[in-house]
Structure formats: C-alpha cells, structure tokens
Design a protein. Sequence first.
Length: 562
Amino acid sequence: MEIKPISPHFAASPQLRPEDVQRAVDAGYKTIVCNRPDHEGDDQPTAAEMAEAARRAGADFRFLPIKPGSITADLMTAFDDILATAKGPILGYCRTGNRSSTLWALSKAPLLSPDAILAATGRAGYDLSALRPRLAAAFEGDVEKAATIHHKVVVLGGGAGGLAAIGSLLKRAPRLDVALIEPREDHYYQPGWTLVGGGVFDRGQTRRRLQEVLPEGVALIRQAAAGFRPDENLVVLENGQKVSYEQLILAPGLKLDWSAVKGLCETLGKNGVTSNYSYSTAPYTWELVQSLKGGKAIFTQPPMPIKCAGAPQKAMYLSADYWHRHGVLNTIDIEFANAGGVLFGVPDYVPALMEYIEKYDATLSFHHNLVAVDGPARKATFEVTANGETRTVEKTFDMLHVTPPQTGLDFIKASPLADAAGWIDVDQATLRHRRFDNVWGLGDGASTPNAKTAAAVRKQAPVVAVNVLNVLDGKTPVAQYDGYGSCPLTVERGKIVLAEFGYGGKLQPSFPSWVIDGTKPTRAAWFLKERLLPPMYWQGMFKGREWLAEPDVTFKPVAAAE
C-alpha cells in the first residue's frame, strides 16, 4: 500500500487490497473510494470485498468506478458530492492512482489555478501536466477548450524496446517529433538480475532514472495507457487525456502473473521463496544461496512463452556452482521443475547444458507446472502431466526459485490491437500490425515467435525505425526481422553457453567459432555478458548505436522524415 497525500483532505493510492484497509484507517483515513471498475484485472479484489474490509475496519466505502478515458460530467458531479459529504480524510484508489488523482484535479479546476493543482498532484507523485489545457479551460470557464495532445510518432513503453526504438529513430531523423508514454520513473536492466541473484552484480547497477537514459528532445508523457482507438489514431491515458499520432510504436512488455500461482504473492521474498524476475527479490536469491548448507532447492519454469527462456536454469546453474565451490553441493538436492518437455528449445545447446546438469547432479522434472506455494510450510504444489493425464504433486523445499507465469498485459488483451492470445498482433518480419498500418510492435509484448530477450529487442528496434520512417515518407516497409534472440546461459561463474538463434531455432552466431563457440561453455562469452553487454545496453541501444544489429533492408530510406 502506497498512500500519496494530495491535499489535507484527499489522498490517492494504487490498487488497495482488503488487508490494506485497516492500515489506511490506522493512518487516519475515514472514507475509502474505489475508482476502479470490477474485473478490470485478473488479480483485483471486487468492490464488495473492499466494502466488507472497510466495514470491518470502521471506515466508510464509496464505489465510483471510472473507465479509463471516460470521466463525464455526471461522474464529476458524483465525485464532488463525495468530497462534500463523506467523512474525511478521503483515500481514493484505482489501478495506479491516476484516475483518483485526476478526479481530484478536475474537481478543483474551477477553483484553483492549473499551477496550484499540478504542484499538489506532482508532490504526490502524479504527473498530470498533460491535463493543463483542460485545467486551464475549466479555470477560465471554458471546459470545451481542452485539447488532445498530438505527436508525429508516439512510443508506448519506456523499457528496452521503447527506448531502443527511439534511439534508432533519432539516429536517422534527429529532429523527428517523438513522444514516450511511460508512467514509471525508473528503467531497469533486467538481464542483469540473473547476475544479481548469483552475487556478481549489485542490484543498484541495474537501475537508472528514466530521464537519464531518455534522449533529449523526446516528449515524456508520464502516464499509464488505458486503451486504444486505432481507427481514430488515439491512445487513451488513465487520466482521461488522449494522445493522437501518425505512427504508434508499442513496446509495453508483458505481465508477470505472480498471482497465477496460489500463495506466491504472500510468500515471495521470504520463507525461502525467491525469484530473479523481480528487482526486489533477486538479492534474496543470493542471500538464500549463501545461507543454504543442505536440503532441497527447487527451480521452476512455467509454460512458454516467457522472457529469457534460459533464465530459470541460469539461476540453478549459478546457485549450484556456488554450492560446488563451497563444498556443500553433495548435501543439497537440486531439482529443475519445468512445465515443458525439454531442457532448452534449441537442441544444439542441450549437450553442453546436460554436462552441467550431470556435474551438479540436478534432477530434471519435465511437465511439472507450479500452481501453489505454501511458504510457511515450505511446500510447493505442481500439476504433473503424463500420458495425457494430469495429477497434483506436493514437494517440500528449503529454497524455491520461482519463474512466474507470463501473459500479455491486460490493457493490451482488451484492445483491438491484440491477437487471440493477448499479444500485439504484428507481422513477424516487418513488425507492422496486421490490421492497422500505422501501428508497430516489438519486445516482449509482441506476437513474434522468437525468444523474448533484450538481444531480440536490439535487433527489432532498427527494423521498426527504418520501416516507420519509410512509411512516413510514403514508402513501404523494407526492413526485415529474422527472429534473432540470444540467451547467455550462465552455467558457472566465469563460463557461459552463448545461445544465439532465430526463427525455427536456426543458429545465428555473432562471432566466428574461434572467438566464441556458442555451443560450448566459454570464458569469452562470460566476459561479453558481464563486461560488454551492459554498456552496449546503456550507451549503445538507447543512443542508436546498432552494434551487430544493422537491419536487413531491401534498400535504405532515401530521406528521413522530420
């Protein structure tokens, strides 16, 4: 729970859960207002559940659901009534807090200057600067003057995909009008979390302020997207503001669905349960590895697709290597519980990996899908499929490294831009949307059947940039993405099996075999992972320096659009 006071009478918060209500009451809040419609997200408590929690805590509860982008005059009247009649202080919540803070801002717009309102919401951590025209219009008595923001190219998502695409665009068209939609203030180098969990990197090395890595001249819209109107060339933000575009590039990432495993959210980061897929818990992995002197260590992998398909076993190899080096490996029973049926999807790399499975005496348990965790009891429950039948198996553990199930994001799934599986529906070569010609997708959220890795993004970003600029110039897409992805499999500290492959599992090595033979563990590949890839990420991808990533094009664009 993160309460963000905006005024002495009102605060906003991201999604609350029933257990948060008592803490809010203890903090002095008398009324809880839910501004999020029921069933907007899979892991969201209903308004009825929250109302019951408020009743038990002795607080009033009001339900004023707001669909993103649809704050009407009637809803504002209802909210004004809540502010006027409800016991205060009042705490409003929605998915991120943006809708609640926006309601407060619009309610106060006729009374307070835009500067005063934006200062108050800004101090609370909500950047509502995109609302300034609407606030000014209300303050001046002309609400109809509120305008939609427009940019030639709009990029959604400030992760690796979005920033790399911006870098490649500006390399070719430095004065291009580009805006980034991203609510987070920090950017994370997620490939480094494996090494955080292995005691090689410090967690702080993987985080930078978004403003530090965003190229100059890019308009930052610090809001969450709520929906799309591609027929109107509009993105609708959670605060109700609309952003129009000529070309839209989608790189929102995917959803780590921790709640899909029963009991996982309650125990993650304690009771021996950890994950390198989270910035907050990767250091706990290293803590557990160092403290474990004997017992059972289980490493899980959910059904595909997942980001970095090798990461679940990377955690296992680095942990086992530490235990081997410290003489306790023979007292630890290691198990790799994989929902799939093979150790790695590209057979050429399996022999080298199997040598380490044997070295660490690890048990491979295929078709084992983690469905529940009881942290205090140290028990994990798996659904095991064999011969067409599924049964439930319970296993005890001393350490459990969990890779969460992963899906498309909820707001993408609910949009006309998604395919049947919930991913951004793009052509796997050009990365252009299959139904909307001015929409593009890349990264973990795209429907392309490649390995979801940062290396894939490094190759995809220039393809999108070239094709977008060509279309802006009235030409056709010419750049092709071949499905390249890379997975540096950290089989021990100091050695890596560098898996590089494209669509269909075709090997695509970046170096001659005498430099790095990717099918074997090498120290050169470790040096690449530890020393070269981080600066290539921070100083290369985001600045349009396309080392080993020049796009495959029929011809290069003659003139860049600006």
